[in-house]
Design a protein around this ligand. Structure first.
Ligand SMILES: NC(=O)c1ccc[n+]([C@@H]2O[C@H](COP(=O)([O-])OP(=O)(O)OC[C@H]3O[C@@H](n4cnc5c(N)ncnc54)[C@H](O)[C@@H]3O)[C@@H](O)[C@H]2O)c1
Ligand SMILES: O=C(O)[C@H]1O[C@H](OP(=O)(O)OP(=O)(O)OC[C@H]2O[C@@H](n3ccc(=O)[nH]c3=O)[C@H](O)[C@@H]2O)[C@H](O)[C@@H](O)[C@@H]1O
Length: 375
């Protein structure tokens, strides 16, 4: 920890004057939690490249290979983003970070993700998604200035709703998984901290995000690995043989949505825990608006990999999956200028290219994010 903090202090000294980052020029100074994760690493890079101050925080847990998280963090460091190795539940560490840097914004992406894993590991979700979020909100509430917060919710909050496409005003009372229930809890907590303390908070409901530097636990990634290695893949279907579909959303579109949310976030109105006036409370869908069946995703991968999958069709396990997701993004388009532009065919082409490069013998840790910067 000492070593980590001394590196962090070195970052702070080079980027800030008298421990105060230069907010005079209107730049944002953003704490990105989950910065070594899939979405966090991409957004951190995009913010840094346009000149914003970025500090990452990630606990590098082993939910999926830590080497991939370390490789992302190593790439971020090359671009001047240091990722502090720590947990969002560590209130003393948060206090120290906020004392060192006057964060104008927090992009909160750290969470225990994954729908099916929640059925067997519920407490990991309570730890990071509920306890961790409250710890971060408490720190933000007590800070002066209070940062504007943008955080990752999930399409899974729509749960068992069958009216599609899903719109932000739809009910979220029927989460199908414990993961979804914790994201719904986050949205409720956000409302409370906005209402009582004047924190400016935006919830982003991401829809099954995919792309280069992605998450190995997700279907598009594990399918690719299994096809390449000649193993069978399991394709889930509904109780009456229905095919499942997802509104798969490419990472670059999600990055643009996150950045636009930060750019349009109004300052919080409280001060050191006290509310002055009402601050912003927003919820947006960030999806692609074109749901695709999982079998079709597999066919696209087969084409890009030039190899047939061994398909095992199975009933979906009773672990929290929903049949179908489909985002209405009208609100995000009008208020954030969000327009997804990458279809699944092209997005998976980018992913497969990255995958083949990253896993080329001996090169896994040398791959650079700089080879892929379309945003
Ligand atoms: N990728 C998707 O399809 C998707 C869809 C909807 C919502 N989300 C949400 O978006 C966010 C980012 O997802 P991702 O796909 O990048 O996942 P990810 O697992 O790659 O990134 C999350 C990061 O948070 C870190 N983390 C977890 N618990 C932590 C803790 N207690 N303290 C500090 N760091 C911690 C992890 O080590 C990881 O690097 C998450 O909140 C996730 O729930 C993702
Ligand atoms: O949009 C969201 O909110 C969620 O998106 C994804 O969850 P999911 O859609 O389940 O993504 P995958 O795990 O990649 O699964 C995609 C589809 O493939 C199916 N699948 C998955 C795994 C498998 O072996 N076989 C299979 O058919 C799933 O049932 C699902 O329909 C992320 O994993 C969650 O973190 C996120 O919150």
């Amino acid at each position: 920890m000492k070593k980590v903090l001394s590196s962090f202090l070195a970052w702070d000294a080079s980027s800030c004057t008298n421990n105060e980052c230069d907010t005079q020029r209107g730049e944002m100074v953003v704490l990105v939690t989950g910065a070594a994760g899939f979405v966090g690493s991409h957004v951190s890079l995009a913010l840094r490249e346009r000149g914003d101050g970025v500090v990452g925080l990630d606990n590098f847990n082993s939910y999926y290979p830590v080497a991939l998280k370390r490789a992302r963090a190593k790439n971020l460091l090359k671009d001047g983003v240091f990722v502090v190795d720590g947990d969002i539940n560590d209130s003393a560490l948060l206090e120290r970070l906020f004392a060192l840097v006057k964060f104008t914004h927090v992009l909160h992406l750290a969470a225990q993700a994954g729908v099916r894993y929640a059925a067997h590991n519920p407490l990991a979700y309570v730890h990071s998604n509920v306890n961790g979020f409250v710890t971060l909100l408490e720190q933000s509430k007590n800070s002066n200035p209070q940062p504007a917060i943008v955080f990752a919710s999930s399409s899974s909050v729509y749960g068992l709703n069958d009216k599609v496409p899903f719109s932000e005003g739809d009910t979220t009372d029927r989460p199908a998984s414990l993961y979804a229930a914790t994201k719904k809890a986050d949205e409720a907590l956000a409302h409370t901290y906005n209402h009582i303390y004047g924190l400016s908070i935006t919830a982003l409901r991401f829809f099954t995000v995919y792309g280069p530097w992605g998450r190995p636990d997700m279907a598009y990634f594990s399918f690719t690995r299994n096809i390449v290695e000649g193993h069978a893949i399991r394709i889930f279907q509904g109780p009456h043989g229905e095919e499942l579909a997802r509104d798969f959303t490419f990472i670059d579109d999600v990055v643009k949505g996150c950045v636009a949310s930060l750019d349009t976030a109004t300052p919080s109105t409280g001060s050191g825990g006290r509310k002055n006036t009402a601050a912003q409370h927003r919820v947006f869908n960030l999806g692609n608006t074109h749901p695709v069946k999982v079998g079709t995703l597999v066919s696209i991968l087969e084409k890009h990999l030039n190899k047939k999958a061994i398909r095992h069709i199975q009933p979906m396990p009773n672990t929290g999956d929903v049949m179908y997701t489909h985002a209405n993004v009208t609100k995000a388009r009008l208020e954030l200028g969000y327009t997804p532009t990458t279809n699944l065919e092209l997005g998976l082409k980018h992913f497969v290219k990255w995958y083949q490069n990253y896993y080329k013998s001996g090169s896994a840790h040398e791959a650079s994010m700089s080879g892929y910067k379309p945003y």
